[in-house]
Design a protein around this ligand. Structure first.
Ligand SMILES: [Zn+2]
Length: 197
């Protein structure tokens, strides 16, 4: 089993800092994406299955697990693990870091009006790679859920309309291959929205 990893995000350089080596940026991006997901998740203390892929390659094959995450408030920390290979650890000092998406708490007993948009995992990865997303849209992307062979974006219709606009804007700027993937995602979000309209 891989060793339990304890990291503080304030030990890592900000994304794009030219003084840090590429490997450090890669590690920061991995732990940072977990922190983005955990800080975007509106239910503290609730374990949830994120759509974030595991990074390990046991026996030369990419691990198929997706990370399970729980954020606690006292003390502020994020515990994460891969149910498939046992990789896991704890992340501290993520508050006010570049990866803190700013928690918008929703009491666990009040589920907001929500819409689900199932996507292929690779299409969600295309969304995660958009670096121009505003914070509310990034929250919607980072709280996608793992549902086995697919992943699910969810949120109130207003949030999904805003994400749809952002995806279309990104598609207009993208090269052909990426544009096709973004248009596929936009069509899936629009179809879900129109079903309830
Ligand atoms: Zn794994």
């Amino acid at each position: 089993m891989p060793p339990f990893q304890s990291v503080c995000l304030d030990d890592f350089p900000s994304p794009g800092d030219p003084r840090a080596p590429a490997d450090t940026h890669r590690r920061a991006a991995f732990y940072g994406s977990i922190a983005c997901a955990a800080t975007a998740w509106p239910f503290a203390g609730t374990l949830w299955r994120t759509a974030l892929p595991c990074r390990r390659r046991p026996h030369g094959q990419a691990c198929t697990g997706r990370l399970v995450v729980v954020r606690s408030e006292v003390p502020p920390e994020i515990r994460w693990s891969c149910p498939a290979c046992g990789d896991g650890g704890v992340i501290r000092a993520f508050e006010h870091s570049p990866w803190d998406l700013g928690v918008v708490e929703i009491p666990a007993d009040r589920d907001p009006a929500r819409l689900d948009v199932p996507l292929a995992p690779l299409d969600l990865a295309v969304l995660r790679a958009i670096d121009r997303l505003e914070r509310p849209e990034r929250r919607t992307v980072m709280t996608a859920l793992d549902r086995g062979s697919e992943v699910v974006l969810w949120g109130p219709p207003e949030a999904l309309w805003r994400l749809l606009e952002a995806v279309r804007a990104e598609a207009r700027l993208a090269g052909r291959r990426r544009r096709l993937a973004l248009e596929r995602v936009a069509a899936a979000i629009e179809a879900a929205l129109l079903r309830v309209a």
